[in-house]
Design a protein around this ligand. Structure first.
Ligand SMILES: Nc1ncnc2c1ncn2[C@@H]1O[C@H](COP(=O)(O)OP(=O)(O)O)[C@@H](O)[C@H]1O
Ligand SMILES: [Mg+2]
Length: 252
């Protein structure tokens, strides 16, 4: 299986603090890696580093064979077009209609006219389970619908790599399950690889081929879903069972 993503000894410091500590992980094409870990352990920073938004001090991040941090601006833009990023907070522009949000990047990178763009927006919104919301503003959507609109935007360029940052934050269990199904469906349709930051175990177990636990910027372990559910590794056990006492520090 060809590799979609590989990091080697990735080290990233922000404001003098080591945030990512020697992270080495690989994801095969078509696989789903779920990343879990306490608030503030470095999950979002890791995704942003893969997308080229942070530059590591040491180590490398390779996406589809290209070293993300060695690319010229244009090349990075090109690589980014193959990545769909669903931000933790939906990241939609309040002042734009939903359909304009969805095709925001596409408008920049294609020569499609307004009608074609709108059609594409409708198609992506429908794929994300939204109907008749094109002309609404994001603030007029419920939290769950905003998440779906964020997903619709992320798939507008048919990305080969999907990065989901806590796509079910703040959603109830039923909506969480619906988003899990949606991610599975989208992945299947696009044939893409996915890295999903998740806090919800049902979501993680449903989506993951493998699950990685980050503890204070260290990728403590990567296991198959089955292994993660059963392991007696003290870090994973503490996290899985939500115990205060154990090797994972309460405060990062
Ligand atoms: N732009 C930034 N500048 C400085 N520190 C940051 C920045 N973004 C995140 N951090 C710090 O990096 C650490 C990890 O944050 P983050 O990746 O957002 O955690 P989470 O696992 O909850 O997504 C935190 O200590 C956070 O304060
Ligand atoms: Mg985060």
């Amino acid at each position: 299986m060809p590799l979609a993503v590989q990091t080697e000894n990735l080290n990233l410091t922000l404001d003098g603090k080591l945030i990512l500590n020697d992270i080495s992980v690989s994801v095969n094409e078509g696989e789903t890696l779920v990343l879990m870990g306490k608030n503030g352990c470095g999950k979002t920073v890791f995704l942003k580093t893969l997308a080229g938004l942070f530059k590591p001090q040491r180590g490398s991040a390779t996406v589809f064979g290209q070293n993300v941090h060695h690319l010229e601006h244009e090349e990075l833009e090109e690589l980014r077009r193959s990545m769909g990023y669903v931000f933790q907070k939906s990241g939609l522009f309040d002042s734009m209609h939903v359909w304009q949000n969805v095709v925001f990047a596409l408008r920049r990178f294609s020569d499609l006219g307004v009608d074609a763009l709108r059609e594409k927006a409708t198609e992506c919104l429908n794929r994300a389970g939204l109907k008749n919301v094109e002309d609404k503003y994001p603030s007029e959507l419920s939290g769950g619908m905003q998440k779906r609109a964020g997903i619709a935007r992320a798939i507008a360029m048919d990305p080969k790599l999907l990065l989901f940052d806590d796509p079910t934050a703040g959603l109830d269990p039923v909506l969480t399950d619906a988003i899990a199904d949606l991610i599975i469906e989208i992945k299947k349709n696009l044939g893409s690889t996915a890295i999903v930051v998740a806090h919800d175990f049902n979501l993680a177990y449903k989506l993951a081929d493998k699950i990685g636990l980050i503890v204070s910027g260290v990728l403590h372990s990567v296991m198959t879903t089955e292994e993660f559910r059963r392991t007696t590794d003290p870090y994973v056990e503490q996290f899985r069972e939500g115990r205060l006492v154990g090797p994972i520090p309460v405060i990062e």
